[in-house]
Write a protein that binds this ligand. Sequence first.
Ligand code: CP
Length: 305
Amino acid sequence: MISILDFTRDDLEKLFEETDNMRKRLDEGNVPKILSNSIIALAFFEPSTRTRMSFETAAKRLGANTISFTSEEAISVSKGESFADTIRMLDGYSDLIIVRHKYEGAALFAAEIAKAPVINAGDGKQHHPTQAMLDLYTIRYLKGTVDDLVIGVLGDLKYGRAAASFLLGLTHFRPRRIYLISPQELKLRPEIKELLMERGLNIKELNSLVDVLPELDILYVTRIQKERFPDLREYEKVKGSYRISSKLLFSLAKKDLKILHPLPRVDEISYDVDSTSFAAYFTQARLGVPLRMALLKLILLGGES
Ligand code: CP
């Protein structure tokens, strides 16, 4: 499971129905331990709070065991062992491998080596498919549909894998219009833009949010990905170039606008937005548990329960 484009709309609808089921089971305190025979490896070569811990929570809620590491320093890669050999070891120890890595293509390479299924939990600036699934599910949860909405995607569209995966995920649906809002230096990479257009998304690029904010049903905000800039002087030029405040939202946004953010947030959304009805990013993060429960079930057990 490398890219959100590996899935069809029907696959996503099935996943969302299973996520509804998991959400209900969690609310009722009635989660069956259907993965009690499974061991899931969490191979995080790069930092993570939400993806790693929501996968771990999801696995444990379903009765699975996990093995994990959270940095290269903690494993024998620090002694010179290769990525490939590390994956071979995890393949021998577990039933499913979840990989996050700073290099594009790392999860695909792991999938070529391992017999066990591999989930890409983020590879460089390229893909973050389970985040895209979560984003799409959250919109469906908040608005009842992903179709026919006006969606703004604001921030670092050049280096942000979550934004790119979300946009690719939207091509499975029929949103009315997508605004790509970023500083000139952080515009969406041409290869992703071409894919969006080929797949029929109605997109428009802008530098400023203010003109389109009154139209938006969803505003997806991302942080500037400092760690992916080849030259930190370039980062210094764009840092802090946008910031969403409650004053801006109350003066220009629709009352039912919802703000999503894959998190972590740095300074792009003021803390005063958190207590408004616009803020949906913490709900989004919480929904990561039932969504990843559904995903683990569908991958490890197929449609059976
Ligand atoms: N959204 C996301 O990928 O967050 P983490 O980096 O904390 O996993």
